[in-house]
Design a protein around this ligand. Structure first.
Ligand SMILES: NC(=O)c1ccc[n+]([C@@H]2O[C@H](COP(=O)([O-])OP(=O)(O)OC[C@H]3O[C@@H](n4cnc5c(N)ncnc54)[C@H](OP(=O)(O)O)[C@@H]3O)[C@@H](O)[C@H]2O)c1
Length: 231
């Protein structure tokens, strides 16, 4: 079977995480050349790099596309860095270049009820989970007939106690996706949101203890537990 993504350049923001690295492995297996971004991208180059199917450029590939998988350090809370990395169509050491596929998968969680969530944490959760994706979509040099995948969450539609900001950000990803799909339709760029349920990962581990408590059906009887854990 022909590789479905042969010759495609995919930029994966959050490629160093559990879901992002799985996406990266699948894309590389299907023939894509990858730009893998995250704060720990340089560490991931040693661990994830050897697990990626090497890219095989073919004669018809654009000269502007990278010729091998690249790991690029990026903190998505820096709008200046997003702009610097994504604003040019030519792939260089300091630029992602034009992309066929953009995946917005960076995310952090929240495990505090809103009243107890510090303002700085509200800002950090929104910046990491939503604003970064808005800016990446804004600055990314999408090729025509490309595709954007925004990783939202099932929690966007089925929220839980202790994740109001995370839920708002993930619901925002759905709004961003819907609106952008209209704006980019004339260029045949598809924009879709993924809403994963629970997937085991460092993020999942940090949330599990909190959310495994049966909040919804037994909320009233949980008040003593609630008080004990949040006071
Ligand atoms: N696990 C689940 O059950 C689940 C369910 C629904 C949706 N999701 C969503 O799926 C996505 C991936 O989550 P995961 O479960 O794979 O968690 P994970 O393994 O903890 O991965 C989180 C990713 O986000 C990146 N990231 C966090 N802050 C960043 C920052 N400031 N700048 C750049 N990258 C940053 C991390 O990269 P660095 O540490 O290298 O910066 C990492 O690649 C998230 O958007 C999450 O909300 C997860």
């Amino acid at each position: 079977m022909a590789s479905r993504l042969a010759g495609k350049h995919a930029a994966i923001i959050g490629a160093t995480g559990s879901i992002g690295s799985s996406i990266a492995k699948a894309f590389a297996q299907q023939g894509a050349v990858l730009s893998l971004l995250g704060r720990t991208a340089l560490d991931a180059q040693r661990t994830l790099g050897p697990q990626l199917t090497p890219y095989q450029p073919s004669a018809g590939d654009s000269s502007k596309a990278p010729t091998e998988h690249r790991f690029i350090k990026l903190d998505v809370t820096s709008s200046a860095d997003l702009k610097r990395l994504f604003s040019s169509r030519k792939a260089t050491d300091d630029a992602v270049g034009a992309v066929d596929i953009l995946v917005n998968c960076a995310g952090i969680t929240q495990t505090t009820i809103l009243k107890r969530t510090h303002d700085e944490d509200v800002e950090k959760v929104m910046d990491t989970n939503l604003t970064s994706a808005i800016l990446a979509c804004k600055y990314a040099q999408m090729n025509d007939k490309g595709c954007i995948l925004n990783v939202s969450s099932l929690m966007a539609t089925r929220p839980a106690v202790g994740a109001a900001v995370y839920t708002a950000a993930k619901a925002g990803m759905i709004g961003l996706t819907s609106a952008l799909s209209l704006e980019l339709a004339p260029r045949s760029v598809r924009v879709n949101a993924l809403l994963p349920g629970w997937v085991e990962s460092p993020m999942w581990n940090s949330m599990y203890a909190f959310f495994s408590f049966p909040w919804s059906s037994e909320f009233k009887s949980s008040i003593p537990w609630f008080a004990a854990h949040l006071s």
